[in-house]
Design a protein around this ligand. Structure first.
Ligand code: 13P
Length: 259
């Protein structure tokens, strides 16, 4: 399976710093062949990111979209608008949107449907809160999120989705899930996908997110069910983000550099 390193810039950067960050990534050596690199800048900088990354292997993603195709939804952005400027992926269901904007799994499922209709890759986020882990309910919570948001899709559709496991207690806190905690949840997610058949389980990448940084990524990315990372803070620093891409490339990257 391919490895994905995705940067979620959240509500950070301005025009100048967004441009500088994209420029630094574009100028760097091409990513290892089996690594897909995704950046998710804020809405106002998506078009410039698409322009600047044209002809490179960097995929530009949005951080959210509205579930409706168009209409009287002041302040919202539709999947077709994203499509029309060349955006190819979109994060949905991030815990910050669940927490601050009340997004439910049902609405997140509708957003995924809207994205799939435009052939945009949804990056679906799931993950438990601290209290849910402490009470031992974390596997059940994630199962419910998967069922609630992805339960109605066909296998064909599911195979277009990327899942990001982001334990809420690890986001922006400096606390990272241990590689084993991540692997255990990713294996659980893989087992949930398996209820839709082996092909779905073998196709859908499951990324880890939550204080993933160059100094802890190696252990996380080495886990068999971890297919890369969704990176917050460290994606705002070109040096750190490039280092994460290098780590995700593992062996092949070292070989291609040596060669
Ligand atoms: P941090 O890497 O800053 O913890 O953020 C993770 C995240 O929420 C990515 O979507």
């Amino acid at each position: 399976m391919r490895t994905i390193v995705a940067g979620n810039w959240k509500m950070n950067t301005d025009r100048a710093s967004a441009e500088a960050l994209v420029d630094a990534l574009v100028k760097a050596t091409a990513p290892p062949a089996q690594v897909d690199v995704v950046i998710a800048p804020p809405f106002p900088f998506l078009a410039l990111a698409v322009e600047k990354t044209r002809g490179t292997r960097i995929i530009v993603a949005a951080q959210n979209c509205h579930e409706a195709a168009h209409g009287a939804y002041t302040g919202e952005v539709s999947a077709s608008m994203l499509k029309s400027i060349g955006v190819r992926a979109c994060i949905v269901g991030h815990s910050e949107r669940r927490q601050y904007f009340g997004e439910s799994d049902a609405v997140i499922g509708q957003k995924i449907a809207a994205l799939l209709a435009q052939d945009i890759t949804p990056i679906f986020c799931c993950g438990e809160r601290k209290d849910e882990r402490e009470s031992g309910r974390h596997f059940d919570v994630v199962t419910e999120q998967l069922k609630g948001a992805l339960g109605t899709f066909t296998n064909e559709q599911l195979m277009q989705v990327v899942i990001a496991y982001e334990p809420v207690w690890a986001i922006g806190t400096g606390l990272t899930a241990t590689a084993q905690q991540a692997q255990d949840m990713h294996a659980h997610i893989r087992a949930c996908l398996h209820t839709h058949g082996g092909q779905v389980a073998a196709t859908v990448p499951v990324l880890y997110g939550g204080s993933c940084k160059p100094d802890n990524a190696e252990g996380l990315f080495a886990m068999p069910d971890v297919n890369g990372g969704l990176i917050g803070g460290a994606s705002l620093d070109a040096g750190q983000f490039l280092e994460l891409i290098r780590i995700a490339g593992g062996e092949e990257w070292s070989r291609s550099r040596a060669g």
